[in-house]
Design a protein around this ligand. Sequence first.
Ligand SMILES: [Zn+2]
Ligand SMILES: [Zn+2]
Length: 212
Amino acid sequence: MVTIHKELLCSCSPYYTAALRGGFSESRKASLDADMSSNTLKAFATWLYTGSLPSKGTHVEGAHDRQCCLINLYIFADLTDFLALRRATMNQLAAANMSLCSYTLVLEIISHLPDTDPLWKQTLGSYVSHWTPDCDDYAPGCYLDAELEDGGRLLPGFMHEVLKEVALRTELNPPGCSCCSNPCTYHEHESEEEWKATCGKVKGSKLPESLL
Ligand SMILES: [Zn+2]
Ligand SMILES: [Zn+2]
């Protein structure tokens, strides 16, 4: 069981300030808690108390589970308006050692987030830079298999976007691709000043291209 102090939650998230002051019904709060797996919740608690996410292998076995945990944490941070948590998870998701998301994880992302969301864009960018037909989990074109999703046609729509860009791609695994080398591209930085005051203070971080 993970216990998190209300004051700490409120200080980090406008969502929780509203929720804990009665802006949301109990049922909404209960379902939010239930949606998080214990690994995700532990990672969230670690981040709240220490300011950093658990290092590799602390709570989660295997690269896929870790990626899944980070994605769930990002989706949670989106729902609860935790910008700092979205940035912390993005630092790990948009890193060179992260492999291309499986279709199951892509579906998790695109079914929870709009196509304007930074993680949606980072996922699209990483597919455009790194996807090849060999990546298909089960069989060629398995992303067209309706069994991967209930009802909607989200994954074929996503792959249609990917393939349009892949058709124009000049290089597979381009060096310095922002999907793996500049998380600030996906940090929702408002301006160069805001970037300088936050990530700009961290050694090695790069101003997002959109602010150049
Ligand atoms: Zn990349
Ligand atoms: Zn940044």
